[in-house]
Every structure is written in structure tokens, then in C-alpha cells.
Ligand binder design. Structure first.
Ligand SMILES: Nc1nc2c(c(=O)[nH]1)N[C@H]1C(S)=C(S)[C@@H](COP(=O)(O)O)O[C@H]1N2
Ligand SMILES: [Mo]
Length: 324
């Protein structure tokens, strides 16, 4: 996780065609709804991809659902990515994720729940209202973004499947299809990419199952058609292109923990007082720049990425140096 940003790959790579396709998926998934238009972020014309869409003057609400900090530009959020299934360079996902086919899409629901099986994306999401959430995101590598997501509270989706009292954790699995994802032919991670949450973390109202960002469907490089967003954890918990969700009794294995257990723990809460073994986590550089200056000055990283008021109680009594 130490590749350099390739400044040659910017928004110009995000073709009109891919924006058009992503808008069609958004509409098909029922997300081009009046609610989103009211939020000032409805689907726009196919060629709107070159300019940032959402500008909000909303103040931070007490529940943390919207931050008023300045937003990362769409161009940067969709061209500076980690999605190792398409290569390990920051510019690789935008360059290569065109081969991902996000529609039709099915998700397996398995494990400790009354309702399990394989569901079309539309059926998986049916009955839960899409929302906009403007979250700070902090990568373990030391950069951060502010992104207006569209999605559904994960807990509302999970409850439809009636998890049993034995469901203590939720395990997520990404697609790993070498025909769509050139990177899975390389041995950089133990494919498929996997992540997990404790059940209370999964049910927390801040946890989002994202289907879009900046008023449009997710670009492939950001994890189309469905990815996790957990704003108080390091970015790698935000597993992309999810094909399986399993309720488990035991703590599930996660891709980064399997590959480097001394560097990446299960919890992965943003914690400036626990250094990564190879670098400090005390500060971060916000990607809030212009085309000529990607990174802003260093700022201090906050415990739980600034969401302590909402989430710290879930970890009371836990030694967060041990459970990193
Ligand atoms: N399937 C999959 N999901 C993934 C990753 C990945 O390589 N594969 N990278 C993670 C990491 S390290 C980060 S920081 C975020 C980046 O999300 P973004 O590119 O949308 O900003 O995705 C996470 N989800
Ligand atoms: Mo990351």
C-alpha cells in the first residue's frame, strides 16, 4: 500500500460512456428517487462528470451524518483509489475497472439468519430508503477524503434477513473474477478480498451500504455496484463490489489481517495513538485540492476519525491497543 499517485490519470479518464452507464444503473436500482433530488444530488446529465456536483453548506449534525468540511473533488475521489483487484497503483482502478460488469448483480446472504439465499441487487435493497451521507474517510496510508455517499443504512438492510441471536459478526466478500479483474491473477492478497464487522458495528446507524456517490451510481473503481462505508474505521474496511454477506458466530478472517496480521487488526478503528508498525497515524493529508495541488496541509487525525461521540461507547472496556 505504498504506490505513488499518477498525476497523468485524472477525470479525463472517466469517460462520458461510463458516467452514462453509471446513471442508468442508478435509475434501474431505483435510486434516482425524488429524495435524492431533494438532497441536491440527483442524477445529472451524462456529461456532468467533469465538475463536482454537490456543494453543501450543511453544518455538522450531532449524529455525524453530514460533515460540512470541504469535499474532495469527484475527479480525485474517482481517480485516486485502492482496489487491488485492478492493480496496486492509485491510478490502476480508474484505468482498468471498465471491465467490471456491475449489472446484473447478485448477492448471497448466508449464515445465522432466518432468510438466506441469492438475491438480485434490486431485491436486496428493496424497501429501504436511500440516503445521502457526507463522511470523512481516512486511509491507513495517511490520506483522507470527504465524500458525499448515497446508500442505505446497512443495519436496515441486514434486519430484513432476520439475523438470529447467534449472529455475532458479519462477513463480507468481494467479487474475484479474473475475467473482469486483472489484478486477482497476481498474488498480492489472499483473494477474494474479505472484510468483517462485529454485529453492533454493522447495525450502527453510521454504517452505510453505498450504491453511489456525488449524486450518481458508484463508478466501478469505487466499488460498483455495492460497497461498505464505515467512516470511523480505516478505509480498507470499506470492501468493494460485494457478492456475499454472511452472519457468523466467530470473528471472520479479513484480507488485510490474513496478509499482514501484525499491521492490520480486525477492528481497524482510526486511532492516532496506535502507530502502524511502519509509520505514525497521528496526522493525515486531506485530498481537498485542485487539479494542480492534490493534497492539503497535514491535519491531526482524530480518534475514531472524528466520530467518537457516536461510536466510542461500542468499545468501552476494550484495550484498543490490543484490539487494533
Ligand atoms: N475489494 C476491495 N475493496 C477495497 C480495497 C481493495 O483493494 N479491494 N481497498 C480498500 C482500501 S485500502 C481503501 S482506502 C478503500 C478506498 O476506497 P476508494 O477508492 O473508493 O476511496 O477501499 C477499500 N476497499
Ligand atoms: Mo486504504
Amino acid at each position: 500500500m505504498s504506490q505513488k499517485y499518477d498525476p497523468d490519470i485524472l477525470a479525463s479518464e472517466i469517460t462520458t460512456e461510463s458516467v452514462y452507464q453509471s446513471r442508468r444503473r442508478l435509475l434501474r436500482a431505483g435510486l434516482g428517487s425524488p429524495l435524492l433530488l431533494l438532497a441536491g444530488c440527483g442524477p445529472r446529465d451524462a456529461d456532468a462528470g467533469a465538475s463536482p456536483i454537490v456543494t453543501t453548506s450543511a453544518k455538522d449534525s450531532p449524529d455525524g451524518f453530514r460533515t460540512s468540511e470541504s469535499q474532495t473533488r469527484f475527479e480525485d475521489a474517482s481517480s485516486y483509489n485502492n482496489f487491488y483487484e485492478f492493480g496496486t497503483g492509485k491510478a490502476d482502478p480508474a484505468r482498468y475497472a471498465g471491465s467490471l460488469r456491475p449489472s446484473p448483480w447478485r448477492v448471497d446472504i448466508a449464515g445465522e439468519a432466518e432468510v438466506t439465499g441469492r438475491f438480485n441487487l434490486e431485491d436486496l435493497l428493496k424497501g429501504v430508503a436511500p440516503q445521502e451521507r457526507i463522511y470523512r474517510m481516512r486511509c491507513v496510508e495517511g490520506w483522507s477524503m470527504v465524500i458525499p455517499w448515497l446508500g442505505l443504512p446497512l443495519g436496515d438492510v441486514l434486519r430484513k434477513f432476520k439475523p438470529t441471536s447467534r449472529a455475532k459478526y458479519v462477513a463480507f466478500t468481494s467479487l474475484a473474477d479474473p475475467r473482469q479483474m486483472p489484478g486477482v491473477s497476481y498474488d498480492v492478497l489472499d483473494w477474494p478480498y474479505r472484510e468483517g464487522l462485529r454485529i453492533d458495528e454493522a447495525m450502527h446507524p453510521l454504517t452505510l451500504l453505498a450504491t453511489g456517490m456525488y449524486g450518481r451510481a458508484l463508478p466501478n473503481q469505487n466499488g460498483a455496484p455495492l460497497r461498505l462505508v464505515v467512516p470511523w474505521k480505516y478505509g480498507f474496511k470499506g470492501i468493494k463490489s460485494i457478492v456475499k454477506i454472511e452472519f457468523t458466530q466467530k470473528m471472520p478472517p479479513t484480507a488485510w489481517n490474513v496478509s499482514a496480521p501484525e499491521e492490520y487488526g480486525f477492528y481497524s478503528n482510526v486511532n492516532p495513538s496506535v502507530d502502524h508498525p511502519r509509520w505514525s497515524q497521528k496526522t493525515e493529508r486531506r485530498i481537498s485540492g485542485t487539479a494542480s495541488k492534490l493534497f492539503a496541509e497535514r491535519i491531526e487525525t482524530r480518534p475514531f476519525n472524528g466520530y467518537a461521540a457516536q461510536v466510542a461507547s461500542m468499545y468501552s472496556g476494550m484495550d484498543l491497543r490490543k484490539w487494533f
